[in-house]
Ligand binder design. Structure first.
Ligand code: SF4
Length: 417
């Protein structure tokens, strides 16, 4: 098969994988004249397809043959789709070609499971090894790892990849058992735990190396090369809307994954109906807004100090509101917590004000050291003033009770089955 035809099949097959997280990688560049490419410390610039998916990486599968039969997956063994498989050299060549033509800034490589998890993982690792060792490739590499692969293969993958990810796939063990019975939830978490240990060990060694004293008095301390292991951490993906799990269950699982395995990101991927789908699956995709609201809620957990069950819990229907963002929804449901005094409130309360982001709050805290903050100061913080004012007290501003937008009914999850 022509390589272009393979690319069409295997890039299309990879579009269901969320891969948009790339920040925090180790810095590599070729400005010294050696090597190829660069992976700037701020991460990769992304572009997005009209459906919101990230397309700036060369995002492909090594193969869409798969011996597993996960019901939600277009590549499952029983799926009637055209199949293709890249040779390792073909992926390496494609990556370098696209990179040189400035089309991509890195590679996102995943695969169906062929022969065995170890065999498949070896192939993925070998692509990354050739890129790094034989071509001195310094772009971004994100490898999807096969959860059941041997620990030694995961260790080698981490030496070459900026980020590793293992898909948790579904928010509950029950969902996994029903829709992906060959996948072992415990094995997925075991692999995540192993990666966590290795990532933290490498970071610890890097810290120690940077602090190592020099033995020559007066000499400039030379930094030892830090052992890099998946420097941009590990991430995972959860499919939203393939089973009946509500947003509360999804966010609770995310919170548990962030806490237990120190994941860098959980990606949420709205289930896409696939051809010849099993009857256990919904006929319709969930609204894309649901995926978006979950990303916003996830952001609130990671940067704004919200607990998962504050944002969505079974007590309040379990679903995020689609028409307002989760922070505003929380504020509307808790009028007793407002208004927040811009001149006295601690950082964690300011972070709960709709419209105030982390940067704005930090600038506000600096500003109020030197003077009393007034409503007009909000303009300089580049925040949506009209959104913020109903929720805050300032030196010259006190909102009327009636200024709070009135909450509307909590949304119900559409029936899936
Ligand atoms: S193992 Fe991965 S590629 Fe194979 S059917 Fe399951 S989700 Fe699809």
């Amino acid at each position: 098969m022509e390589i272009a035809a393979k690319l069409a099949i295997l890039a299309d097959a990879a579009k269901y994988d969320a891969s948009c997280a790339s920040s925090g990688g180790v810095q590599r560049d070729s400005s010294s004249g050696r090597g190829l490419g660069s992976n700037e410390g701020t991460g990769i610039c992304h572009s997005y397809a009209p459906d919101g998916r990230c397309i700036s990486l060369l995002k492909i599968l090594l193969t869409n043959y798969c011996q597993y039969d996960c019901l939600y997956c277009v590549n499952r063994a029983s799926s009637n789709v055209p199949r293709a498989r890249f040779a390792i050299d073909e992926v390496v060549r494609l990556t370098l070609d696209f990179y040189r033509r400035n089309c991509i800034e890195g590679l996102f490589l995943s695969s169906g499971i062929i022969r065995s998890p170890d065999y498949t993982m070896e192939q993925l690792v070998e692509v990354a090894r050739r890129l790094r060792e034989e071509h001195d490739f310094r772009g971004y590499i994100h490898l999807k790892t096969i959860p059941d692969a041997a620990p030694d293969l995961l260790r080698r993958a981490g030496q070459y990849a900026d980020r590793l990810s293992i898909n948790i796939e579904l928010p509950t063990q029950q969902g996994l058992a029903e829709l992906a019975p060959q996948k072992d939830g415990a094995a997925i978490k075991r692999s995540m735990a192993r990666l966590r240990v290795q990532i933290e060990a490498a970071r610890g060694e890097a810290r120690d190396a940077s602090r190592a004293p020099t033995s020559i008095p007066g000499a400039r301390p030379a930094r030892a090369a830090a052992p890099a292991f998946s420097a941009a951490g590990q991430s995972t993906q959860m499919i939203v809307g393939a089973d009946g799990a509500d947003d509360a269950a999804i966010l609770a699982t995310s919170a548990q994954l962030y806490g237990a395995y120190r994941l860098k990101r959980v990606c949420y991927s709205a289930f896409s109906p696939i051809p010849d789908a099993a009857s256990a699956l919904p006929l319709q995709a969930p609204p894309l807004a649901r995926e978006h609201r979950l990303y916003q809620a996830d952001w609130l957990m990671r940067y704004y100090g919200f607990a998962a069950d504050e944002i969505a819990s079974p007590r309040t229907g379990g679903m995020l509101r689609l028409e307002v963002d989760p922070k505003l929804a929380w504020a509307l449901a808790h009028p007793e917590r407002f208004p927040v005094d811009l001149n006295r409130a601690p950082r964690e309360l300011l972070l709960r004000v709709p419209g105030l982001g982390v940067k704005a709050v930090d600038r506000l805290l600096l500003a109020r050291r030197v003077r009393r903050v007034r409503a007009e100061d909000l303009k300089r913080l580049h925040v949506p003033v009209a959104k913020v004012l109903p929720f805050v007290l300032a030196a010259d501003h006190r909102p009327a009770r009636s200024a709070l937008p009135s909450p509307t009914a909590a949304p119900q999850q559409a029936a899936l089955f």
